[in-house]
Write a protein that binds this ligand. Structure first.
Ligand code: SAH
Length: 210
């Protein structure tokens, strides 16, 4: 599937029916989602791989991974209402994605979901709750050897420090996240947020005692 076709397919998916500000529920815009996914595909991290989407929301990234030939796709999301929308989106595209309603902060979750090849995620940026992205990063590094995440532009430095000894940033791709007026505190119809897609590679050879 070509990049343009992937973008068009993702564009047609339904958004959050009842978006919740506290959970920073913003659907990943199709061009940005397609960019992350295509990039990961070119790196050999999607086709034939097991892929988990953490905080999958409406399922855009998960469905995109399935469309690009991932062998197994799972979406993990705290909000049942969002998962209902994601299920409907999956049915619309005829893809195969399994959803798990769970909190990424749950200490028992890594044991429950096991490991996968690649994590893809658009975690909360921490606008509502400081460091809301940290449990996503922690779970991703426990679960997969390679992670692609969307973060606020300028996060790379912080993430490098935060993940020191556990992972390294192997790539950084810039992008724009147009946030549409969704919540009462939004002042503009559309606000462009500069973002960066980071590829994190987990350290496999680290000393477990360190
Ligand atoms: N990629 C998705 C949604 C991104 S918004 C899409 O394109 O639709 C971030 C998502 O993380 C939201 O769906 C939110 O409900 C979910 N989320 C926030 N905190 C969470 C937590 N602690 N555990 C699991 N999911 C969480």
């Amino acid at each position: 599937m070509k990049l343009k076709h992937l973008e068009m397919a993702l564009q047609r998916l339904s958004g959050f029916s009842r978006p919740r500000a506290a959970l920073e529920q913003y659907q990943t815009p199709a061009p940005l989602a397609a960019r992350l996914l295509y990039h990961a595909l070119m790196k050999g991290d999607i086709e034939g791989k097991s892929v988990y989407d953490l905080g999958c929301g409406t399922g855009v990234l998960a469905i995109g991974a399935a469309l690009l030939g991932a062998a197994k796709v799972r979406g993990i999301e705290i909000d049942q209402n969002a998962v209902d929308t994601a299920e409907a989106n999956v049915a619309l595209k005829g893809t195969d994605v399994e959803f798990i309603v769970a909190d990424v902060r749950d200490a028992a979750l890594p044991g429950r979901i096991g490991t996968c090849d690649t994590v893809i995620m658009n975690p909360p940026f921490g606008a509502q709750q400081d460091h809301a992205d940290r449990p996503f990063i922690d779970l991703a590094l426990k679960t997969a050897s390679v992670t692609y995440g969307i973060f606020n532009a300028g996060s790379a430095q912080f993430i490098e420090t935060y993940t020191e000894g556990r992972a390294g940033i192997s790539e950084k791709v810039g992008g724009v996240f147009p946030i549409r007026r969704t919540f009462s505190f939004h002042k503009k119809d559309v606000q462009d947020i500069e973002v960066e897609i980071l590829r994190l590679t987990s350290c496999r050879n680290r000393n477990p005692k360190a």
